[in-house]
Design a protein around this ligand. Sequence first.
Ligand SMILES: [Zn+2]
Length: 341
Amino acid sequence: MKILYKALSKRGILDDYYVSDHFYRIEFQQRGAPHVHSLLWLKDQEGNSPPSYDGSTESRDECIQFIDKVISGKLQQNDSDLDENVRFFQSHAHTFTCRKKCNKIIIKPDEGHGKYDGVNRGPQLTMNSCRFKFPKFPVRKTTIVDAPDSMMSNDIKKCWKDNYLKIRRFILRQTYCEHRSEPNEDFLNLTFDEFLDAVGVSEEEYMNALRMSVAANRSGCEVFLKRDCRDVFINNYNPNVLKVHQANMDLSFILNEYACVAYILGYLTKNESGLSRLLHQIEVESAKYGRSTDEKMKLFSRALDNSREVSRPEVVYRMLGLHFCSSTRTHAFVQTGHPHK
Ligand SMILES: [Zn+2]
């Protein structure tokens, strides 16, 4: 990781920008390999930060221009070596982790056919929704999509929502693979215009429908990277970083402070759920057996001391004394009170 971050701190990899500050934390899935959650602060050669989005058209255009320079969600199609790496490292395949806290989706026989909904019929499909939002939506060009305005009439919202469900079901049916060994080439080869025609919506209706997928109660807007139908399972990446660091990555441009805080709380400082369950169990049992606070605290401290699920890679990682966190900024506590107080 040190070598990668050193490379990122030099100009050239992230277009005109370099990483001026970073924070990262290594996390281990329960039995899995380590992965990194990281925040990167960039600067250009004059020391300017990348543009930030304030809702204005100007800032929107600047952000999109920047995003297109450093983040891609597409196969490149003019660089076969890179595309091989993109297919190998950046193609999303659903696993059990996709299903955490996600609902089942049922697509009825007459749904998922786009403009032929209600006319064509196919098998009823039951699938798990993917919490990483794959397959992604094809988009003609990189766009910042705002959540629907809360003042908007319910009729319009309903119309957008219906279109959203129609589009989503179409993409899900076309990319559904359980009974098919090969992905649906006809779908993957559609151009964006052919895709819109197949779904049976105009581009304006399509972009409005996407607004319904942006949760209004979160940061209020979301970046949709330029993608064709063949790219709906490609995870966000930077081509130059993939060339020097051949591993899966998922890059996001942080649109506003809310998104940044949500990321820090959601990923960088994530608790260890295995342990929380254990503490909860102690709490429940203590209430059941009428344990005193003293006894309960002893059990808590023992649990915190002794119990934690650790994967083999993590044991090796810890024994080698490798770092779990790295940051270009640090803080030190300075005692400013009188020593006798
Ligand atoms: Zn998935």
